[in-house]
Design a protein around this ligand. Structure first.
Ligand SMILES: [Zn+2]
Length: 476
């Protein structure tokens, strides 16, 4: 509930509280976060920033949006109240609606946060104009070309898991590639840098998130953070420039059980000033690639889809590792659509499809993952496969014979239950020390009995590039 109140009076009664205050200085919004003592452990630092590459002119009520977009999802799962002196009225209302929407998805989380605002203000974004959150991936490239007539301004955010601001050389590689791309397309592109993720104690927050995540298979950022966390960074920049902000769907229509931060019902609740958010392109990745096929045959488009460590990618001199699950999933979709992945930013060779087989032979993917990400592709394999791209024909003939439901790993692994069942201090200890084999076996057996897990245990995970490079990150 948004309330215009005397912050000081309520802060005195409140035990769990977060206070934010923001100011603009040389194109950078800087915010100070103050929290009650018991919440300090969830933060690594209390100075937030969001930096823009063009002039920004916005009221304080708008300047508070970037930091709140990171802090509010955490407050929702902590059950903490949030205090701010000035805030855009539409944003405040939209956050109440968003909190209720996420409560439907994650009913175990507190979601009782009240947003206390001293002064609600009205702002205008612009009369018209469209901007699109752009990462260079399949989803945002599809959204761009399906909304090409609108000439959207592209906005790329640095400071998200796949482009950390600490890795300046990789950031420059990405910037050079997509600045050239935007120039070829005659579009504007802007880059926002933020330390949004660096302010949170990720391990601590993820440990808390495990209690509430339900069917979500990712971390806090994947489950509830990344949508508002990225959209909100755009707020000060939107003023005077555009009033429509497009975010790309990663999940196809009809997939109900896949809980992630970005869904049409959540994203489209978010608004500020006169701006509204649109969630577009609810199609499976393969469908998007099929619809982009003509374009990919004629234009030089390099996809950037990878989840691997940017430091590793920079050393490799590539934006994709060609080995992680997401790279392989995209390569498979391109090959099935009879598009050479090597023309789209990948480096596929005769070993790529053998590596892809390992994903299934070693049961590295959960049932949910297989159902949402691989099953739609599995269903589209024709009886007669014509194209053969680096051994794709043989792979698809083999893949078609698989029963995906029978080759899934459990949603909760023994190891993850073991870690997250214990308090954070013990979880940290388990993460850092080598528990003796006997104690480890005893604890794992206990958890197996409690959760009736019958799958064979993998105490030592094999050092496969598929595992080392995969992370539960979400990119637009
Ligand atoms: Zn990759």
């Amino acid at each position: 509930m948004t309330a215009v109140v005397d912050c000081q009076t309520d802060m005195n009664k409140d035990k769990r509280m977060i206070f934010v205050d923001s100011a603009l200085s040389s194109g950078t919004v800087r915010s100070i976060i103050t929290v009650s003592k018991d919440l300090e452990k969830y933060f690594r630092c209390f100075q937030f920033f969001s930096r823009y590459d063009e002039e920004v002119c916005a009221s304080k009520g708008i300047l508070n949006i970037p930091v709140l977009s990171i802090v509010l999802p955490l407050a929702w799962i902590l059950g903490a109240n949030v205090y701010v002196e000035e805030l855009d009225g539409r944003f405040a209302d939209s956050m109440n609606a968003l909190q209720k929407e996420y409560q439907k998805i994650y009913p175990k989380a507190p979601f009782r946060t009240k947003l206390f605002v001293d002064e609600l203000v009205e702002n205008d974004s612009a009369q018209d104009g469209t901007a699109l959150l752009f990462s260079g991936g399949v989803d945002s490239t599809y959204s761009l070309f399906s909304n090409r007539a609108l000439n959207p301004r592209l906005i790329m955010i640095f400071g998200v898991p796949d482009i950390p601001i600490s890795n300046t050389p990789f950031m420059e590689v990405v910037k050079t590639e997509y600045s050239r791309f935007a120039k070829r397309e005659g579009l504007k592109i802007n880059y926002i840098q933020t330390n949004a993720l660096e302010i949170l104690n990720k391990r601590r927050v993820d440990h808390l998130w495990w209690n509430f995540r339900g069917l979500n298979e990712g971390d806090f950022w994947n489950g509830i953070g990344f949508s508002l966390g990225q959209l909100g960074q755009v707020a000060p920049f939107s003023i005077g420039r555009f009033n429509r902000l497009v975010i790309s769907a990663a999940i196809a229509h009809g997939i109900k059980e896949h809980n992630v931060a970005s869904l049409p019902d959540t994203d489209e609740k978010i608004s500020w000033a006169s701006l509204h958010v649109e969630h577009v392109g609810c199609l499976h990745r393969y469908e998007k690639i099929l619809r982009l096929k003509k374009l990919l045959d004629t234009k030089r488009i390099k996809f950037r889809v990878c989840w691997s460590d940017p430091e590793y990618l920079f050393k490799m001199g590539s934006m994709n590792c060609n080995k992680c699950e997401k790279c392989l999933r995209t390569i498979a979709s391109l090959a099935l659509a009879e598009i050479n992945p090597n023309h789209c930013g990948f480096n596929v060779d005769d070993s790529t499809f053998d590596l892809m087989k390992i994903l299934f032979e070693k049961k590295l993917l959960t049932q949910q993952h297989l159902r949402f990400w691989w099953n739609p592709l599995h269903k589209r394999i024709p009886d007669k496969i014509k194209a053969d791209i680096f051994g794709s024909k043989q792979f698809f003939e083999w893949f078609k014979t698989l029963k995906l439901d029978s080759i899934a790993k459990p949603h909760k692994t023994v190891q993850s239950i073991l870690y997250y069942t214990f308090p954070y201090s013990m979880y940290q200890l388990f993460s850092r020390i080598k528990i003796s084999r006997i104690l480890r076996r005893y604890l794992i057996d206990l958890v197996r009995k409690k959760y009736t897990i019958t799958q064979p245990l993998e105490l030592k995970r094999e050092k496969s590039p598929l595992l080392t490079s995969s992370k539960q990150h979400t990119k637009i």
